[in-house]
Each structure stands twice: as structure tokens, then as C-alpha cells.
Ligand binder design. Structure first.
Ligand code: ATP
Ligand code: MG
Length: 477
């Protein structure tokens, strides 16, 4: 998607000047509005979003100085460039004192205009960025509950706008934690199916021989233990949306049946003779490379094309590092609310560490890191020391390559290596979190569990899994 064009307002009582300057600005890629005096200009400022004003000084009714004063009062960050004749540079100086960004002299030098306009617009962007840095007055760019300013995410918004309310099959691909499920839900919520069920099936979690009955249901006596009949996920999703997550792990023989259900919109329950028709919008998601799976024969090409009508590829967080600060602020606000904390801001050094981290676990990992940092931050600002060691240079496993050895060693594929790396990072995070909670509660598991918002039993299980003993001198400090 093209970035939005900047809106420039040209104010001058001479039609010729408006035309010449306007034409140059349009050639340079801006949208141009014009006004013949200050009064009209103020009206335009009320009615439109304007990024920059270029105004003549001497005009009838409201003159340039008056326009400058009023527009500064309306929006101090709106840059105003004054146009003056050589003879009136004194006026230009006065204008600068009143808050004009710069001035240009008549007759225009095209190159000079270009430089001054570029500089003014960049300053405007920077002050908008500064404003976003403070938590209270920051609203991260959110649509569909999906946060991001990056071009990748803006393209995603555009695709969602177009396909949300259609019956078209969508295939969402992306690394683990990039928001595939979030996008699937957004598609459902923004369609006319929103009031109907959204059913999610994790294909990797269903045992091979139960897959068919899970998807299509079964009739009584279909197999040993089938004492009653049961609808499958397709039937449950009727009128709504069905998300087949980790579609890459569907066994090949099931793929044939799935293809038929999609092609003909009908199927039978296991052990049933009645043909069932349902109206279901299908969304599939995967973090594996289906094209490769097709080459190795583990995924059917015909099914792939059936699912891949609209492909949505979610960028990894590394590919859109500019979204990290707004996402971090969003998660800080959420954690504040959840944990009754009042973190006001994040220091630039800490934000830099977040931006530089490769985030193998993507947004889910960022979410966990922030929640943990907020939980243990005793101040009202987040600092580098609140972040886990692997984000700080020279510390942690990512820097030493300890995990890297697992990722590249042995027979595992790069994707599996990455998965391992994510798992290791997650359990390190969990371990850290639990140790800190236990320290804070002097080893009291019940209190620590409450702090972590999990059950006591859950915490004990986790501790066992992570080799943590309840009585540990570390927790007494
Ligand atoms: N752009 C975003 N804005 C806000 N939150 C997001 C965004 N993308 C993802 N999240 C959050 O990150 C977490 C992970 O997202 P989600 O479960 O959708 O990822 P996924 O791609 O399905 O991961 P997996 O492959 O591991 O199943 C969720 O809590 C989700 O709400
Ligand atoms: Mg998922």
C-alpha cells in the first residue's frame, strides 16, 4: 500500500503563485489545498487534516502573521512556512519569533522550496513520534485489535478490509507468535458471520485416528466406544468460521476428505450415511512451509490451492521492528491494568534493547517479556535492568550462542531449530519469573502462585518441570 500523501495548504492572494507553487508541490508527491486569504485558510484547517502550511505574509482580511498566530494556537506542532519578498526580511524574522518553521523568499528557488518543505514535514513526523512516546497520550495504531504502523501491517489492514466479509478461504502463514489466530478472529469478527460461532481446531493436537471424527463427527456405533453420536467441528461452525490451525500436520489421507468437504461443501459423519451440508468460512493457518511439504509429498497440492485463495503472510517481528515500541506500550498498559501497576514510560535505552532483539517467539515473546518486566518493576519506569538477560548485550544465551548450537546442530531443520530456541527462551523466562515470585514471597508457593495468577497446583507442576525445589535457599534472600 502506498504511504499516505502529506497534505500541504498553500495560502496566497495571487492566483498565479498558488498555481505555480501548487504544481511544484504536486509534482513532488504532495496533496495540495489552496486558500486565497487567512480566513479561508483557517476554515481549511478546521475541515481537513493538514501537515504543513505555506503562507504569504501580506494578504487581505486575516494576514499571514495573524494566520500564523492562530494556527500555532490551534496546533503547536503544525509547521508554517512564510513566503516573503526580499524587501521584507524583517517581517520574516518576526514570523520566526512567533513560531514559523522557516521562510522562503520570492521569487522561488524550486530546490530551496523542496528542502524547506522536506525538513518541515520531517520535524512534524518527529514531534508526532515524541508525542507517542509518553504512555498517557499514546494511542498505538490499532485496527481490528491488531497493532502496528509498519508497511507490512498496513498492507494487512488493506487485505482485511477487502476479504473480511467474503466467504473466501484464507491461508494465514507466519512464524510462531506472529498473530495468526488474532488475524483469523479479526476476519470473523469483521464479517457478517460475527454473531455465529468461531471454531478453532488445532490439527497438530488431534491424534491421527481421531481426526476424521473430530472434523466431521460420528454416528453411534461408528467405532468402539462411540456410544452416542456427535457433531464434528464443521457442523459446530455452521454459519460461522472454522479455523484449521497448523494445517500442515493433517495426515495425507485426511487431506483428501477435507478437500472433498471444501469442494462440495458436504460430508458425512463417520459411520453415517446422511450427507450433511454446511455453510462454513474456512481459514487455515500454518507456520510451516506448505510449498516444501508439497515437494516432499506430505501435503496435497490441490488442497493447497483450495485453501490458498487469499494468502496472508504475517511478517515476523524482526521484519517490522518499528512496531515494537507501540506494541510494547500496548502490553505495558495491559499489564498495568492486569497487575494493578502504574508504569508510566519506558526509558529509551530499554526501548532500544527491545527493538534490537531478534524475537524468535515474535509478539507472544514480547508480550511475555513485558508482562514479566511490569510485574517486577518497582518503579514507574521500565529500565534495561527490568528486562531479561538475553536482551542485554553480552549476557544471556542468545549472545553466547548456547541456543544456537541446538538450532544448527544435529539433524533438525532450521524451523525446528527455531522452535527449540523459542521453547528454551520461554522456559528460561518462566523459570526467571517463578524464581522472582518465590523470592518476593520468601518461598511461599501459595502466595507466589497468586502473584503469578496461576493455580498453586499449576505452579508446583511447573516447578517440577523446571527442576525447582520448594525449599531453596535462593528464595530466602
Ligand atoms: N499485531 C498485534 N497486536 C497486538 N497483539 C498481537 C498482535 N499480534 C499478535 N498479538 C498477540 O500475540 C499473541 C500471539 O498471537 P497469536 O496466538 O495470534 O499467534 P500465532 O501466530 O497464532 O502463534 P502460534 O503459531 O504460536 O500459534 C496473542 O496474545 C496475540 O493477542
Ligand atoms: Mg496460533
Amino acid at each position: 500500500m502506498l504511504p499516505e500523501r502529506k497534505q500541504i495548504l498553500v495560502v496566497d492572494d495571487e492566483p498565479n503563485l498558488r498555481r505555480v507553487l501548487g504544481a511544484q508541490l504536486m509534482r513532488d508527491g504532495y496533496d495540495v489545498h489552496t486558500a486565497e486569504d487567512g480566513e479561508q485558510a483557517l476554515q481549511t484547517l478546521q475541515d481537513h487534516h493538514i501537515d504543513l502550511v505555506i503562507t504569504d505574509l501580506r494578504m487581505p482580511k486575516v494576514d499571514g502573521m495573524e494566520l500564523l498566530r492562530r494556527s500555532v494556537a490551534m496546533d503547536a506542532d503544525l509547521p508554517v512556512i512564510m513566503i516573503t519578498a526580499h524587501a521584507t526580511v524583517d517581517n520574516a524574522v518576526e514570523a520566526l519569533k512567533t513560531g514559523a518553521f522557516d521562510y522562503i523568499t520570492k521569487p522561488f528557488d524550486q530546490a530551496e522550496v523542496r528542502v524547506v518543505v522536506g525538513k518541515a514535514l520531517r520535524t512534524r513526523d518527529l514531534s508526532a513520534y515524541d508525542a507517542r512516546r509518553s504512555l498517557e497520550d499514546s494511542t498505538p495504531h490499532v485496527r481490528y485489535g491488531i497493532i502496528g504502523f509498519s508497511s507490512g501491517i498496513r498492507e494487512l489492514y488493506a487485505v482485511l478490509d477487502r476479504v473480511a466479509d467474503t466467504p473466501t478461504n484464507v491461508l494465514i502463514t507466519g512464524e510462531s507468535g506472529t498473530g495468526k489466530e488474532l488475524v483469523a478472529r479479526a476476519l470473523h469478527e469483521n464479517s457478517s458471520r460475527a454473531g455465529r460461532p468461531f471454531i478453532k481446531v488445532n490439527c497438530a493436537a488431534i491424534p491421527r485416528d481421531l481426526m476424521e471424527s473430530e472434523l466431521f463427527g460420528y454416528e453411534r456405533g461408528a467405532f468402539t466406544g462411540a456410544v452416542g453420536s456427535k457433531p464434528g467441528r464443521f457442523e459446530l461452525a455452521s454459519g460461522g468460521t472454522l479455523l484449521l490451525d497448523e494445517i500442515g500436520s493433517i495426515p495425507v489421507e485426511m487431506q483428501v476428505k477435507l478437500l472433498r468437504a471444501l469442494q462440495e461443501s458436504e460430508f458425512e459423519r463417520v459411520g453415517g450415511i446422511k450427507t450433511i451440508r454446511v455453510d462454513v468460512r474456512l481459514i487455515a493457518a500454518t507456520n510451516s512451509d506448505l510449498k516444501k511439504d508439497i515437494e516432499t509429498g506430505s501435503f496435497r497440492e490441490d488442497l493447497f490451492y483450495r485453501l490458498n485463495v487469499v494468502p496472508i503472510r504475517l511478517p515476523s517481528l524482526r521484519e517490522r521492528a518499528e512496531d515494537i515500541p507501540p506494541l510494547a506500550r500496548h502490553f505495558i498498559e495491559r499489564s498495568n491494568a492486569r497487575l494493578s501497576k502504574h508504569i508510566q514510560s519506558i526509558v529509551p535505552e530499554a526501548e532500544q534493547l527491545l527493538v534490537k532483539h531478534p524475537w524468535p517467539g515474535n509478539i507472544r515473546e514480547l508480550e511475555n517479556v513485558i508482562e514479566r518486566a511490569v510485574l517486577f518493576c518497582d518503579d514507574d519506569v521500565l529500565r534495561p535492568t527490568d528486562l531479561p538477560p538475553e536482551l542485554r548485550p553480552g549476557e544471556g544465551a542468545f549472545a553466547t550462542g548456547e541456543e544456537g548450537a541446538t538450532a544448527s546442530g544435529g539433524t533438525s531443520s532450521p524451523a525446528e531449530g527455531l522452535k527449540e530456541q523459542v521453547k528454551a527462551a520461554m522456559s528460561r523466562l518462566e523459570r526467571d519469573l517463578i524464581i522472582k515470585a518465590l523470592r518476593q514471597t520468601r518461598g511461599n508457593v501459595t502466595h507466589a502462585a497468586r502473584l503469578l495468577k496461576i493455580s498453586r497446583k499449576g505452579l508446583q507442576l511447573k516447578m517440577k518441570e523446571l527442576n525447582l525445589r520448594e525449599r531453596d535457599e535462593r528464595f530466602d534472600s
